[in-house]
Design a protein around this ligand. Structure first.
Ligand SMILES: N[C@@H](CCC(=O)N[C@@H](CS)C(=O)NCC(=O)O)C(=O)O
Length: 205
């Protein structure tokens, strides 16, 4: 399998982490939406990462659709996402909040970095940033309540929360200044010691 995209993207990184946690072999093709637009367009018509090219050539797009397939194929015991019921809904809820933080952190970064300076609208940047912090507060509260966001082991909820936290620390460091989310930061440090997380930290260059 080929994972398309760089781990700077939180959506690519969370997909890479799930691949590693499930010990599914893959090769990563580090294309960037900013620099490799034409190549990515041949893989995903919406020109976004990640995509996953399966061994037979089938192409999956969007981290949600990709991870859905990876879990179906590689997590028969439903360790990362409970099979049904209240437990599944709870993990999906936290996972969605984490995914939402990623989306709003990326949006904030685009607003601040992809416009000419005179076209940046601070009011909208502040609105988007407040959505990021709302999500981080919720994830921090959940992280403070136990060892894992849900249950007694690592799930997709923790993967998304840690990736969302780590990406915000890179893309909007002013939002995590003075350690406002200590329980989430501690979860990030603890997960960061696991190879699936450590090996997917974005390394520029
Ligand atoms: N919902 C998608 C979001 C993917 C996404 O927005 N990826 C960003 C990179 S962080 C991207 O490709 N941005 C380019 C663009 O949207 O133009 C997912 O979960 O995979």
């Amino acid at each position: 399998m080929q994972l398309i995209g760089r781990n700077l993207s939180p959506f690519v990184r969370r997909t890479a982490i799930v691949l590693k946690l499930l010990e599914l072999p893959y090769e990563q093709v580090g294309l960037s939406t900013a620099d490799d637009t034409a190549e990515i367009a041949k893989i995903n018509p919406v020109v976004r990462v990640p995509s996953l090219i399966l061994d037979g050539g089938e192409i999956l797009v969007d981290s949600n659709a990709i991870i859905d397939h990876l879990l179906e194929m590689g997590d028969p015991g439903h360790a990362l996402l409970p099979a049904s019921g209240a437990a599944r809904r709870a993990v999906l809820r936290f996972a969605a909040i984490g995914h939402g933080v990623m989306e709003k952190s990326v949006a904030s970064s685009y607003e601040r970095n992809r416009r000419p300076k005179e076209k940046i609208f601070d009011g909208w940047v502040n609105q988007v940033d407040s959505q990021v912090t709302g999500g981080l507060v919720a994830l921090n509260d959940a992280a403070a309540a136990g060892d894992w966001l849900y249950g007694d082991h690592l799930t997709l909820a923790d993967v998304n929360a840690v990736v969302a936290h780590d990406f915000t620390a890179i893309s909007a460091p002013y939002l995590v200044k003075d350690n406002p989310y200590p329980a989430l930061a501690a979860l990030s440090r603890r997960c960061g010691a696991l190879p699936a997380f450590a090996d997917t930290v974005f390394k520029p260059g």
